[in-house]
Write a protein that binds this ligand. Sequence first.
Ligand code: ADP
Ligand code: ASP
Ligand code: MG
Length: 413
Amino acid sequence: MGLIVQKYGGTSVGSLERIQRVAGKIAQRYREGNRIAVVVSAMSGETDRLINLAKNLSPKPDSREMDVLVSTGEQVSVSLLAMALKDLGVPARSLLGHQICIYTDKSHTKARIHQIETGKIQQVLESGEVAVVAGFQGITEEKDITTLGRGGSDTSAVALAAVLKADVCEIYTDVDGVYTCDPNICSKARRLDRISYDEMLEMASLGAKVLQTRSVEFGKKYNVPILVKSTFTDEGGTLTTAEDEDMEKEVVSGITYDRNEARITLLGVQDRPGIAATVFSALADENINVDMIIQNSSADGKFADLSFTVTKTDSERALEIVRGKASILGARDVVGDTAIAKLSIVGVGMRSHAGVAARMFESLSQVGINIIMISTSEIKVSCVIDEKFLELGVRVLHDAFKLDEPGNSLEKN
Ligand code: ADP
Ligand code: ASP
Ligand code: MG
């Protein structure tokens, strides 16, 4: 008898009919003799609707109350799915974050799971019931409701699979696996049978929202195999596991993009110690994450331009903070730009191949795409470009690295 954690995303439970269909899938696995914990997202569009309600009411909604509000989406879907399972004769019980004690830190709207108590959920599973757990939500030690950031139900599921020591965490969604790039914007995208945690981590953190980054971090840390599958077909699937000998070390295994970045530039700041520290400490104090950073000094070494990116959601607040510091820093001007996007290539084979970044830059230049910022790591290269060229950029890079064929390499071109 296996122990499986499954997660169904918003589109998978987007209507009553779909909820019944999901219940049917769970019932089948249950009748095969598995113990099952199911993590469920809010019905599609519901979290957006709730966020908009708050934004229409208040210019800067309080984040604690925001969590109380947005966590209700999952309360609706778990109750409906548990009802549908019971109608099929499968014993089931819906469980909210506070009932199974999913403890998080206090960072409302982007909380991180610290601990999950397994007592209650084990009890439910041992009594032969399917545990239907609300994704995305947790509680603080003080019993305040928190949420885990957009797409957070993936993280609820993998964290639960880790603490329950489940055989596998199955993520059911609207695509049948992880592709070489978002199949919804690139028709030549190819599904990967397997991907390493490290590659998936980079892809997720660079914008491939098929898995929330934090869920892959949990998967890697606790060695949980994560199987991404479609709710709507039995074919396909991508397994995310530790890198092994058999895994093809593609030079580039995927292209990702992120439209949710904005750039802030401080022009003509003094080139002296402490400038970067002042800017980035002020942002960190407000819990604003900074992604790319570039600083250029003038030839005489007196002045520098400092550019960095933050999420579009944080950009107005970040601009306010940096403008507040502009006079201390002696900056000539502070400018913001939200019409940008980040385009990245990811692949473990980059570690051992030269010329990958050069090919990326060359391919973009051939279609006239200007690169505004660049950042690299061992297994990725990212470029910030004008947002309007993003889809063209994705397709050009997909062709340049021949990602529609398995086993791509630089030599093949
Ligand atoms: P769910 O609501 O099930 O959590 P999401 O919308 O969060 O689903 O994630 C699935 C979506 O991720 C797909 O519809 C697809 O557009 C997008 N996506 C982005 N990059 C990739 C990729 N490399 N492979 C597969 N899907 C991707
Ligand atoms: N409902 C939440 C969201 O839309 C969490 C999730 O779907 O994973 O972001
Ligand atoms: Mg998702």
